[in-house]
Design a protein around this ligand. Sequence first.
Ligand code: GAF
Length: 402
Amino acid sequence: ENTVELLAAPDRDVVAAELTAEFENAYGEAPQGVWSAPGRVNLIGEHVDYTGGLCLPFALPHRTSVALTLRQDDRIRLRSRQSDDVFDGRLADVGPNRPAGWVAYAAGVAWALGVGRGFDAVVDGHVPLGSGLSSSAALSCSVGVALADLTGLPLDDAGRAMLAGACVQAENVVAGANTGGLDQSASLRCREGAGILLDCRDGSAHQIPLDLAGAGLEILVIDTRAEHSHSGGEYGERRAAVEECARLLGVPTLREVDPADLDRALDRVGTEPGGAVLQQRLRHVVTEIDRVSRAADLLRGNDLRTVADQLGALLDGSHESLRHDYQVTCTELDLAVDTARAAGALGARMTGGGFGGSAIALLSAGTSAAVAARVGTAFADAGLRAPQFLAAVPAAGAGRDR
Ligand code: GAF
């Protein structure tokens, strides 16, 4: 029978109490508070955030928490329950490409926000690392929301959008990872029971109710645990190709390309050196943005129950485009998606940056364990490392826990 277990998210209050005790141990007094920020699943809209596209993410119940006290001086002390590295430095030690490692994501936010004061913190992450579920953004956003709260920055949606921008700066400039804004926006701007339609051209985020359980559905996350090998360089190459397409077409971003004019745009980039590859990248981006707007229309205008099959077909289309045109999937992601579909998924796709990481499957309620078991068997038969599974229940964005 099915013995597959889903990775549970720990209770926020329990984590907050543990972190408070750990903070007291480390620094000799209670923290000013505990805050946390979630990982995310992107339902659809992949590799389009950095070219003004549309994405439709929701927050996971799996979060990174931080117990934190703002200091009067510029010292920064950081510990993590997941690492033995202890950071003890100054705000002046934080800047482009320094410090290295996970500390960049935490300290980088203080730099990007221009807080002007240091802090003491202990972090605890429950978003699986390297899973493509935004463990990095959960870290930077947890620290970001703590600093914003303690310095009186507004935490309404406009404030959260600004904060997301600072977290992107921390990631791009301090950590040196040239990613878009999908992950930070999802972690900060999502609400429980909903996704957001994130418009990366105008920065708006519209709440999209996602009552999966009420519609007799569930979403299973399959963390393939495949290493994202070469993902940094490959990610940068995809971005560069997209920018080259926009330049050739004379538009600021590929959001400007009307899907009805795609053939003409494809002809235009096809005449360039490397044109065949540029055509594939362009086709992915333009069709993916179109799929997101179709998905949003389905979800906004209808009872989810009645559109689940159509939504599933859009997820499938997204994966095929990422697999064949954008070429960011891998053996493990394709196997996870193919097996989930064969086991009855209404649709399945990779989620996040790709080259490893996670896939999602849209399922009828109550079938996650069986589908997970099928995927586990397929991985074992293929000689691959055992995947890990999570239930993707749309959860709350970043906030204060204690
Ligand atoms: C990663 C990046 F961090 C995001 O900005 C986004 O580009 C995503 O890959 C692909 O949609 O998660």
